[in-house]
Design a protein around this ligand. Structure first.
Ligand code: ATP
Ligand code: MG
Length: 278
């Protein structure tokens, strides 16, 4: 089986995936900067059975997944999952069918955005629908801060910045949880501990193994909201119980592997091969 790994930069994750892909087939490394479609001579080798989508940019990964599907190549994750799980608003709509999520609100204009924030109450968290590594995730403590943020967002070029997605600020115990579910199987979870309220390991959060039955249960339920794929969830320990903050379709996992010893790349490749064989 020819297993494409579509990447932007070769991080530790892509190297682990490559190694595992070579155990189960032939890894074909595809730099997303070099791909031209439709297929032509100038292209890297796109004759694949399977493509594991690892582009850093959500949008590049999304379009590439759709194009690979058009070529008859199975992609992990599938296009529709990358679309919905890659967008914080669309994934909230899906997650809330199965699991508790933080209170949220959305608006599409300066004035209504202000009303949406007040509707949630302070502190609130405002975040773009598409970004990662905690970029632009902003805690809004009062009306002045909300007005300033909305004003700045309203002048940004990207129209997606005018989708004002707002959540309640969830008081966390100095950590949140990252869990992995692949093909419906709970794989592993970590706590991400930090003195800062933004706990991403990419922002300095410390990874600590998490072994908790409730986390397993809610993670599998959250996965069921999608029903296929290899997904990673961010979970908060709220005062009233666990809340699923978001889902990631093209996650980083080197710190999870480092502290849990679980071979996430191996699990991803095994699952991807199994769906490509269907
Ligand atoms: N509503 C909230 N209440 C409390 N903390 C939050 C809230 N939203 C986000 N955070 C903190 O900020 C971090 C980053 O937010 P979030 O996970 O929504 O975006 P992201 O990490 O940039 O996205 P991705 O996981 O796709 O990279 C969370 O892990 C959490 O620590
Ligand atoms: Mg996150």
């Amino acid at each position: 089986m020819r297993i494409g790994i579509v990447y932007t930069i070769l991080r530790q994750e892509e190297m682990m995936l490559k190694e595992r892909a070579n155990d189960l087939g032939d890894a074909v490394m595809i730099n997303d900067r070099e791909v031209i479609l439709p297929r032509g001579r100038a292209n890297p080798d796109l004759d694949l059975d399977l493509a594991i989508m690892r582009s850093v940019s959500h949008f590049k990964g999304l379009y590439l997944a759709r194009l690979f599907e058009e070529l008859g190549v199975t992609t992990l994750n599938p296009f529709w999952i990358m679309l919905e799980a890659g967008d914080k608003l669309l994934s909230t709509l899906r997650l809330r069918r199965k699991v508790p999520v933080p209170r949220w609100s959305v608006a599409f204009d300066k004035g209504s955005a202000m009303r949406a924030v007040e509707n949630i109450g302070y502190p609130a968290v405002m975040k773009p629908v598409f970004s990662s590594w905690g970029r632009m995730v902003s805690k809004v403590n009062d009306r002045d801060a909300a007005e300033a943020l909305i004003e700045h967002r309203s002048w940004m070029g990207n129209p997606l910045h005018k989708i004002y997605y707002i959540q309640e600020y969830v008081e966390k115990p100095g950590r949140d949880i990252r869990s992995h579910v692949i093909g419906g199987d709970f794989i592993t979870a970590i706590y991400r501990c930090s003195d800062h309220w933004i706990t991403n390991t990419a922002r300095g959060g410390r990874a600590v193994p998490c072994d908790d039955e409730e986390v397993r249960e809610i993670s599998v339920k959250a996965w069921e909201a999608f029903g296929e794929g290899a997904l990673a969830f961010d979970i908060f320990e709220g005062r009233g119980g666990l809340l699923v903050n978001e889902v990631n379709p093209a996650m980083e996992f080197k710190n999870v592997v480092r502290v849990t010893g679980v071979d996430i790349a191996g699990k991803i490749v095994e699952y991807a091969v199994s769906i490509a064989r269907r």
